[in-house]
Design a protein around this ligand. Sequence first.
Ligand code: KG4
Ligand code: ZN
Length: 392
Amino acid sequence: MQQMRILGIESSCDETSAAVIEDGKRLISVVTATSLDLHAKYGGVIPEIAARSHIESIMPVIEQALAEAAKVTADNSTKKDDNIWDNIDAIAVTYGAGLGGCLLVGVMTARTLAITKNKPLYAINHVEAHAYVNFLTEATPDLQHSYNLPNQAPVFPALALIVSGGHSQLVLFNDHFDYVLLGQTVDDAIGEAFDKVAKVLGLPYPGGPSISKIAKKGNPHAYDFPKANLNTSNPMLESLRHAITSSNSHTNINYDFSFSGPKTAVLRTVQKMCGKDHSFPSFKLAELLNDTQKADVAASFQRIAIETVVDKTVLAYQEFKPKTVIIGGGVASSPELRRQLSEKLPIPIQYTDPKLCTDNGAMVATLGYFKHIRKQPSSDPYSLDIQPNLSM
Ligand code: KG4
Ligand code: ZN
């Protein structure tokens, strides 16, 4: 049978990425350009700068991903450059959630290519795509050494913890395109909280990796930052419980997260350590802290932020007994998250490569593949619009 290849395009935040994947499981090419360096001095992504750099990078990135894919043929024959579209069966593009100006660049490019190259176009939800990257279990010989992929694809029902700079979601997938959102953040996303705490500690953006690094030298129990206790209601979760628990086990565990309380607690603690109050500019606090204090705050915050999502993942595992647990999103590359999950979950997780946890075109292409073979509706390339606030 002829292999099926999907081109995935991602531009929802600061990464411009394109990838080609085959049969929903094999990574053929992935090319990513990031505008991270341009945002670093501001301590966060500046939407206009990100959008402008997508405009500059998107076609070179797509062309390179296609050219690299064209070199990888089943019979190892070399293809001519003008044939790079021959083996592409469909295009998938992130249309939400994300920054409006950034999404527009990817979507308009994908629409144009779908029309001119006459390919079906699939609109991809970025958060769902973060979970789907776990279906990649193989790579071309060239990429095998750079990407450490799981041996097995997820099996349904699968519990997914999706944690990034924009999202913190716990989702139960019963099958492709059949899922229940068990919980999500009610305020900041976990990655956003890492980024903000890093800023208070004077650590470089993005905050997650900076905190991970410095936390290695700190005491994770030096400070006891509070964990939120939520009682939000979730009708989807209630109806799921109603459907599966006919009578007995009655639980009312809440799977929502909150990170704004712990984040503010860090700020208040640091102000106190420095003998300052709210009138003192927070960006100057870091100058008054020594390295040990910074490392202790970082390690203590990391511990409770990660415990918050891990503990709820373990509770959801116990309640719904999925066959697989998967993680995705930038924060899923955190070694502390992986350590705590491996320690607390009774089943092993097949972690994907940390490079595939942050935004990339491969996750978009993988979800696009399943939409294509499962006969999900494709999008009209003349009218597909962005949805910056798209939810799951
Ligand atoms: O998925 P992603 O690339 O972009 C969004 O969709 O938001 O995630 C970026 C986020 C940033 O907030 C970054 O601080 C966080 O992922 N992150 C980490 C780590 N690496 C990246 N957070 C904690 N620990 C890490 N090692
Ligand atoms: Zn993301």
